[in-house]
Design a protein around this ligand. Sequence first.
Ligand SMILES: [Zn+2]
Length: 490
Amino acid sequence: MTSVRGIQVRCARPNDLAWCAGIRRASIRSKLGAYRTLLKPATDEMTLASETRFFIRRMLKRFTRVLVALVLGSLSLASAYAQELAPTAGPRQADYLNSRGVRHFEDQQYDLAVTTLEQAFMVAPGNETIRGNLLRARWKAAEQLHEEGKTEEAIEKLVPALELAPEDPTLLVYIATLQISISHHRLAAPFLEEALAAKPAFGDAWYLLGEVHYYDGMLDHAILDWEQAAREGPSENQSRVQERIAKARRELKVESGFKSDERGHFALRFSSGEMNSVALTVSRILEDLYYELGGQFGLFPKVPVSPIPVILYDAEQFTEVTEVQEHIGALFDGKIRLKITPDNRQDIEKLRQMAAHEYVHLLIYLLAGGKSPFWLNEGLAQYHSETWTQSHSSRYWEWVGSASAKYPVTLADLDEDKLNLSDPEFAEAVYVKAFAAGRYLRNRFTREEVTNLLSSIRAGRKMSDALQEVLGLTYEQFEIQVAQTNSSAG
Ligand SMILES: [Zn+2]
């Protein structure tokens, strides 16, 4: 146990101590970054240049008065003018820049608002109104970047705002939320610690700290955090928190004796013994996929201090943890979980197929912010892990031809992830349809078009609008094209 700024950090085991020290270092680094960014001069905007000219002209006028007094030989008058110079010029210039900044903010030009208000705040650093406006502008600019999928830039924009409101728990938790949304869980930890130091009964911060520990495989700590969140948090989140606790308890029961192996971009967890050699093979496969599929999707997730969690189970462990049906062999739910059986443990091709499928889910999760429709997610995952065969083709046509009376048939019907896949016949039909759509998408469109489609969904567009805007097709046209190009194998 150790205490960091008044909040107890549970570092019971030696590796946890290293973990805690790591997040403290990350915290200090982010503070330094904040300081530098705040002092960075604004240089870009024409408007700002004209505002600076206005300021300089005003200052020159005042200097001229001092000079004239000196030339006339009146030292006392010159001194009086000189004393007047600084205290009066600052607030007026600050007011002017502040009102310009507010206008930019109202026009939703948040970047411009930030640079203008930064200037105002430099002129009048003690002004609470300007401080509040600058904080709001930075926050809005960051929100906008996050919505555009530029979350790392958003965090860079927002961290300097901590200098304006160092102990604001809501701001700290928002930054942590952004870090977690791009799977930089360990980087979120110092912000959550600071938030809890300022407001120990902050349920949301405890909940997110649980997410950080959970992602990092510290399941017992995650459970304690979520229990705390349940005590402190708002009542509408209770069922979500209880679900997380129940899930983590199931995992802890199975994984308590697992060993952890961080190498490359992945952190593998598995029971020792014969799983050791499988872990080594899977880790090599994943490292290859990181580059190969990263190239296909234009995304190489940065894992500065949070490697991607991958857990290997035997069949029994897999069912106990995931509670899914027996025929499912792997899944991605924020972590990659693979079922290792006597049938696949020696089969590199099968392991690769399984790992590729789940790794595509992870990439799509990051690119579409978790909002990808079912068919797009499964369609691309299958395309990148399997080969389309004559068998797929005939199943596809069987589905289109005969299942229409029994099941929803359009891709738009598969838009929402509310499908009941417990009927194996229905599940198979849905997956084949998704595969056909994924295959068409990849064969017909460029990598940029596919990733633009995903980022458009991330930005909140409906799938039908995204198809129209990015690919120039209605849902119906897209569906017809899929059918036409999947009429044969190959
Ligand atoms: Zn899948």
